[in-house]
Design a binder for this molecule. Structure first.
Ligand SMILES: Nc1ncnc2c1ncn2[C@@H]1O[C@H](COP(=O)(O)OP(=O)(O)O)[C@@H](O)[C@H]1O
Ligand SMILES: [Mg+2]
Length: 427
């Protein structure tokens, strides 16, 4: 054996970044990605198995005799992909189905936070629409209404008044616009402050702190327009001071890991802590049980050297001796989105200029919704590319990323020009 085979599950820019980093590992001789995309096909072997096809992924991992499976998206984790792989004797990076409930059920996450005494917004959980509506009327202040289950980022309404909150309860619980995911809702107190994410890699009891990043959810500059899956990110955001970082680890990560272990469902894999900084202290908005997208693009771009030992040690359940390893002090990613995104993205536009940025220093174009047709790369999804650059300052990373964005073009392309505005000009 001259090297290891690794399987990455998923098809977005997050998975491109993970596969790109793994392909550079001196101990990896092949990266397989299921199902991948046109950009991933340039650095790995893509196999057309859907990410949420648990039996298909297990069969693929077994057939290819991979030494590790790295699971990108949440849906397969929540239905138990890692459990199924482990039962088949295959090591996998990611949480078990039980531990993945931290993302799969917002009510469960709140219960864990209450038990672990983690700072988070006050809340109530409802299975009954009448009771939820009575609560909203009684509260008579800004509230946040969240569908309990997975909704691909569309299950949360930050309601500015009672009518909006009532409408959110009605469509989620009575109309079931998100199906069973909205059978239960969490209603939270509305917090205000800058939002950041923090990633740690866990082995059940120990963890390796990665870094903070800041995503940009709104479609347009100045945080205007509809919510999206994320239009860009940068790392590190200066709003996360060393004091805040310590508080995230000691008041959130450590008690949550301890509580999950005490319940007999230790958490392994990447834990994404969604945070709002309220009066100088972190409050948790949510947990994700996998890497963020586009945060992963900037984290992988910043990472120094081999990332395989981190994922292997987490999967094995022993992170002893694994340290975070940063090379680039700053990174920034700009998402190029399709015409009509996020409501009705148009597919099929041909993408020009990708070859012109291949050799741009410090820049990498991670693909999300792309496909190949007749030797050309075209748009195949809402978020199309995440143009990512590193730099010795955030401004350098930003100017590299935007210079590259200016060379890429497709019909109807949308991007934000202000990614990193919170910190540009200051580093
Ligand atoms: N308690 C809260 N107060 C204010 N805003 C919130 C609150 N909870 C969530 N939000 C806003 O709603 C967004 C989505 O909520 P989140 O819990 O992250 O769910 P998801 O990412 O699954 O849609 C957050 O990024 C944040 O902007
Ligand atoms: Mg979120």
């Amino acid at each position: 054996m001259t090297g290891k085979k690794v399987l990455v599950v998923g098809s977005g820019a997050r998975e491109h970044a993970l596969a790109w980093k793994l392909a550079q590992s001196p101990s990896v001789h092949e990266v397989i990605v299921a199902p991948g995309n046109a950009g991933i096909a340039g650095i790995a072997r893509c196999v057309a198995t859907a990410a949420d096809d648990v039996r298909g992924i297990v069969a693929l991992a077994r057939g290819e005799q991979v030494s590790l499976v790295v699971v990108g998206p949440e849906a397969p984790l929540v239905v138990g992909l890692v459990d199924a792989l482990n039962e088949a004797g295959i090591a996998a990076f990611g949480p078990s189905r039980e531990a993945a409930r931290l993302e799969g059920s917002k009510a469960f996450a709140k219960e864990i936070m209450r038990e672990a005494n983690v700072p988070t917004a006050g809340f109530a959980v409802f299975d009954d629409a009448d009771a939820a509506e009575a609560y909203v009327r009684e509260a008579n202040r800004p509230l946040v209404v969240k569908a309990d289950g997975l909704c691909a980022g569309k299950g949360v309404v930050v309601a500015k008044d009672t009518d909006e909150a009532l409408e959110a309860v009605r469509v989620m619980m009575r109309e079931r616009i998100h199906g069973e995911a909205g059978a239960r809702v969490v209603i939270e107190e509305c917090l205000l402050g800058p939002e950041v994410s923090y990633h740690v890699v866990c082995d059940g009891t120990r963890y390796v702190p990665l870094a903070a990043a800041q995503d940009h959810k709104r479609l347009r500059d100045g945080d205007q327009g509809p919510n999206t899956g994320g239009m860009g990110a940068y790392s590190p955001p200066p709003v996360v001071t060393a004091t805040i970082e310590r508080a995230i680890l000691s008041r959130v990560v450590e008690p949550v890991l301890a509580t999950m272990t005490a319940r007999g469902t230790p958490f392994r894999g990447a834990l994404f802590v969604g945070i709002m900084i309220v009066d100088g202290a972190p409050a948790v908005l949510e947990f994700n049980v996998r890497f963020g997208d586009p945060e992963t693009e900037v984290l992988m771009a910043r990472w120094k050297g081999d990332v395989l030992p981190l994922f292997e040690a987490s999967a094995r359940g022993d992170l002893t001796g694994v340290m975070p390893s940063w090379e680039a002090p700053h990174a920034l990613a700009v998402v190029l989105a399709a015409e009509g995104y996020p409501t009705a993205p148009t597919k099929g536009a041909r993408i020009h200029g990708l070859d012109a940025i291949e050799d741009a220093p410090g820049v990498v174009a991670f693909h999300a919704g792309t496909r190949e047709r007749g030797g050309a790369i075209e748009v195949a999804g809402g978020r199309v590319l995440a143009i990512t650059a590193v730099g010795s300052s955030l401004d350098e990373a930003a100017s590299r990323a935007y210079a590259a964005c200016d060379r890429v073009h497709f019909e109807g392309m949308q991007l934000r020009r202000d990614i990193g505005w919170q910190a540009r000009g200051s580093s």
